[in-house]
Design a protein around this ligand. Structure first.
Ligand code: AMP
Length: 399
């Protein structure tokens, strides 16, 4: 570490966990990861784990305290960080914030007015936004002199054409109530867009579909590296089925659950967000590894459904792009599950996709091409790096 370079702390907080990454940002150079880790089990049995950039575990211990809350977890994390940074100051803290609404279409330096605006967005992302805001407020108290920046998962999609942002509700709903398609996973897409020019100049200047397949999954259409359409909409529930989320479902089902099965809003929210998707279909697990290693017919049903929806959405996004030059797989499943990639590509043969099975079988943390040389559509695996994207954006925002 050179003492002149700035330290950038990236925070990605959820309901029961806070992930952190500490970067060193050199003048003009990309931030370099120094440490990463997380506090998880918050409110139950909080634990803290930290690793160095080479993935060596440095610490794994229980977080002391009786409140077991985000405040204690952040204090513990900062105490550990202070030990390793050895008197150097953190120059900026960047936060992943799921929803930026209509107002925030780029990273923003956080002040009291921004927090007020973020709190207004809680109804649009009730399961995520409050947990993104909590550490911002706590860190304002703990490190009042360190600027904080909010980086939004919706921002990448903010310039989608109006047609791809609308629902066919009365027009006033989009204008007055903000009920429109926002799209999420934008930090991941933005990272992919930032590295695509080095991977495939033709795709970077043309039409690319990116499949971010993880616990949460979505896909986006990139025209010249800009987002023009996405499978996710008003909330992170629309589009592909996910670990425990339904993905797109006829709104009439929700009315039926309310009116005829007499479920209340909270029960329906739990059903749609926590009990459905791969978990609900399989009855086994939300984790792709469990499903791939299971012999149960319903495990296969769940993965078949997942793959079929990805293939169908690729067709829809290719139509939005008026063609497709490249398909990129990323995130936990996209980067690691060779079967999902092979099955999706087989269903896209009609588009001219030809997989290279040997290339698909390669395990690597590097971007790689997995389609054959004669494939009309170039297919890639590109590991995403949302934390690096937040570090870049936060650094740029304060300079
Ligand atoms: P993410 O939300 O991006 O961390 O992705 C989580 C998903 O990636 C889970 O469904 C995991 O089962 C899946 N995943 C992670 N590693 C593998 C792997 N080696 N093979 C298959 N799926 C994996």
């Amino acid at each position: 570490m050179t003492a002149t370079n700035e330290l950038v702390l990236v925070i990605n907080a959820g309901s029961s966990s806070i992930k952190f990454s500490l970067f060193e940002a050199g003048a003009g150079a990309d931030p370099v990861l120094l440490y990463k880790g997380l506090a998880d089990g918050i409110y139950v049995e909080p634990k803290f784990t930290a690793k160095d950039a080479a993935d060596n575990k440095l610490v794994a211990d229980a977080i002391p305290g009786t409140a077991k809350n985000h405040d204690e977890a952040l204090r513990h994390m900062l105490a550990w960080l202070n030990g390793v940074i050895n008197g150097r100051k953190i120059a900026v803290i960047g936060h992943r914030v799921v929803h930026g609404g209509v107002k925030f279409s780029k990273p923003v330096r956080i002040d009291a007015a921004v927090i007020t605006e973020l709190e207004k967005l809680i109804p649009l992302a009730p399961l995520h936004e409050p947990h993104n805001i909590t550490p911002i407020k706590i860190l304002q108290g703990l490190l009042p002199d360190v600027p904080q920046v909010a980086c939004f998962d919706t921002a990448f999609h903010a310039n989608q054409p109006e047609l791809n942002q609308l629902y066919a509700l009365p027009y006033e709903f989009s204008q007055q109530e903000g009920i429109r398609r926002y799209g999420f996973h934008g930090l991941s897409y933005e990272y992919i867009a930032s590295v695509l020019p080095q991977i495939d100049a033709r795709a970077a200047n043309g039409r690319t579909v990116v499949a971010h397949l993880g616990n949460g999954s979505s896909m986006a259409a990139l025209l010249e590296c800009k987002g023009i359409a996405s499978t996710m909409g008003f909330t992170a529930l629309e589009g592909l089925p996910m670990g425990t989320r339904t993905g797109s479902i006829d709104a009439g089902v929700v009315l039926h659950l309310l009116n005829h099965l007499k479920m209340d809003a909270k029960q329906i929210e739990t059903l749609l967000y926590k009990q459905s998707g791969l978990l609900g279909l399989s009855g086994i697990s939300s984790d792709m590894r469990d499903l791939r290693s299971s012999k149960e017919a319903r495990a296969k049903l769940a993965t078949d459904y997942f793959v079929s929806r990805i293939a169908r959405e690729t067709g829809s996004l290719a139509a939005a792009l008026q063609g497709i030059d490249a398909l990129v797989f990323t995130a936990g499943i996209g980067e690691n599950d060779t079967e999902t990639r092979a099955e999706v590509c087989a269903q896209l043969a009609w588009l001219g996709v030809i997989l290279d099975p040997a290339a698909n079988a390669v395990r690597s943390g590097e971007p790689r091409r997995i389609s054959s040389d004669d494939s009309k559509v170039a297919v890639y695996v590109v590991p995403t790096n949302e934390e690096l994207m937040i570090a870049r954006q936060s650094e740029a925002c304060v300079h």
